[in-house]
Design a protein. Structure first.
Length: 527
């Protein structure tokens, strides 16, 4: 039996990792904190150029314009453009001293600043870079060759989509489990997709700014990608992303023998959380036929599964109108995670802009057109010309619908694990899905897709907020309490992630381009 079709794995995992008011006491072992950078002992590190161009396009325009389905210009990708894509997706932009050591923040957020995500590259025909598979290290801003050769055909054999053969650049996104489970334990499997999702929202925006076609593949043969990248059992593949296109077709079959590259590990011991590996294994695909059937099922389901909930309360149109123009590079460097909101009102237009650009098309393989697995609910605390309450964004009709009037100060913070930060946010979004429906069609792998899409949307909420002079912060939540709060409209729906937006109670400092300024020794000695 194909484990992916036995959805009890995903349902059990989601239930097991719900937050409730009864929380176990758990203290962090700071002496056992994992490294947040991956280094190889035996591989060379190739420096990327630090004089790369910046994406000087308006942020909201780039977020609203995703070039998908391998359309767009045949723009050349050279070494400097690759450096731009990597830095503004996941580069190091701040150095912060704490009581527990020095840590380095990146251009995309991460839960707990643990940065479990790793990026690998399949490069073909990129000026200045030999064809091959590479690992990207954000800290030293270098790439290390895992295998030399043309691997587009090999990747195509693990994906089944012929467009892969003509791609110039493929990002392979993975997550190292123990970096996040050190703090978040079993619930970390959710976090892995949130963290990688916000990185990919940056990547989509930078690709859009450069008119590069892009497509995200969630359907692939897991074990073969793992072997190709020489991953340990602690590192899980999240997705593959094809960027750019070439007229040269790949006919070379490069070496795919199993090899091993030793990595630098801390001498620490990590707790194992078997439920994470159980759900990942149960959501794996093992053949091209499995992938083809899975993708077609997803497209058929989404085309026929429109949300037709009737709601007779107030409705407000969502219109896109840029009033404050901020370039994408400035937005990404400014972006952080807001730690104090000022409990002030934001404009209705800014809320509209955030909803409009955050919920537009994401170029997934299992989604056709502008469909989505995610429904957006939110609590408004303070927005001009709107009363406080519970709301739903009807994406099809492009309108905000009020579904709950009796909302009190403190409700939004309570739902986000009783955090005062979210009481003072102007709006708190809850990204939800009907998990039973999704799993019944996409199997356990649908769980990955829901969490990952929610992560990408969260990243877009971050960028569109900071582009308009606002702040944003992601949060975990009391699962069942959120569903009950938005009932009956949200009956049978499950929350994937929460994110608050508003006016910060301080002036945010812009990050810096730290590429090329840090050495391996700097990073290994930072803890």
């Amino acid at each position: 039996m194909n484990k992916n079709n036995d959805i009890t794995y995903a349902l059990n995992y989601h239930e097991l990792t719900k937050h409730s008011k009864i929380l176990n006491n758990y203290s962090l072992d700071w002496d056992n904190k994992p490294l947040t950078f991956k280094f190889y002992k035996d591989l060379i590190s190739i420096p990327l150029p630090i004089d790369f161009p910046y994406p000087k396009k308006e942020t909201l325009v780039t977020l609203n314009r995703t070039i998908s389905e391998f359309e767009g210009t045949n723009k050349k990708i050279n070494k400097k453009l690759l450096a731009q894509l990597l830095f503004f997706s996941y580069g190091v932009n701040r150095k912060i001293k704490t009581d527990y050591g020095i840590y380095f923040t990146r251009t995309a957020s991460a839960t707990g600043a643990l940065y479990p995500t790793e990026l690998y590259l399949s490069c073909f025909g990129i000026s200045g870079i030999k064809n091959g598979l590479y690992h990207f290290c954000p800290g030293t801003f270098t790439i290390s060759p895992i295998r030399y050769g043309d691997y587009r055909y090999i990747l195509y054999k693990q994906i089944g989509n012929k467009d892969f053969i003509s791609s110039k650049l493929v990002f392979i996104v993975t997550s190292i489990v123990y970096r996040n489970s050190w703090k978040y334990r079993d619930r970390s499997y959710r976090h892995l997709f949130w963290d990688s999702g916000v990185i990919i929202s940056n990547l989509l925006a930078v690709c859009s700014a450069n008119s590069l076609p892009v497509k995200i593949f969630m359907g692939f043969i897991d074990t073969e990608i793992n072997r190709l990248l020489c991953l340990t059992s602690h590192e899980l593949v999240i997705c593959l992303i094809a960027v750019g296109k070439s007229f040269k077709k790949s006919v070379v079959v490069s070496n795919t023998k199993s090899i091993h590259h030793e990595i630098i590990e801390s001498q620490l011991k990590y707790n194992e959380y078997p439920e994470i590996y159980k759900i990942h294994d149960a959501s794996s695909l093992s053949s091209i036929d499995d992938i083809d059937n899975w993708i077609q099922s997803g497209r058929d389901f989404l085309n026929n599964n429109k949300n037709n909930i009737k709601n007779n309360t107030q409705k407000y149109p969502v219109k896109f109108d840029i009033t404050l123009k901020t370039n994408l590079d400035d937005t990404i460097l400014l972006r952080g995670s807001t730690r104090r909101f000022a409990n002030k009102s934001i404009s209705y237009q800014k809320l509209c802009n955030i909803l409009h650009v955050s919920l537009n098309q994401i170029p997934f393989d299992f989604i056709k057109g502008n469909n989505s697995l995610i429904d957006v609910y939110f609590i408004i605390n303070k927005v001009d010309n709107l009363s406080s309450g519970g709301y739903y964004y009807n994406k099809t009709k492009k309108q905000i619908e009020c579904i709950k009037n009796d909302v009190l100060y403190g409700d939004s913070g309570y739902l986000c694990l009783s955090q005062q930060l979210f009481n003072n946010a102007s709006v708190v979004f809850f990204l939800m899905t009907n998990l039973n429906n999704v799993l019944s069609i996409l199997g356990n792998r649908g769980y990955r897709c829901c969490q990952f899409e929610a992560g990408i949307i969260t990243g877009k909420i971050y960028l569109s907020s900071y582009a308009q002079g606002l702040g944003a912060s992601g949060s975990t939540f009391y699962d069942d309490h959120v569903s009950n709060f938005f009932a009956p409209h949200a009956n049978h729906k499950n929350t994937m992630i929460a994110v608050g937006i508003g006016i910060p109670n301080y002036i945010s400092k812009k990050g810096k381009v730290l590429s090329g300024r840090l050495t391996r020794s700097d990073l290994l000695n930072s803890l």
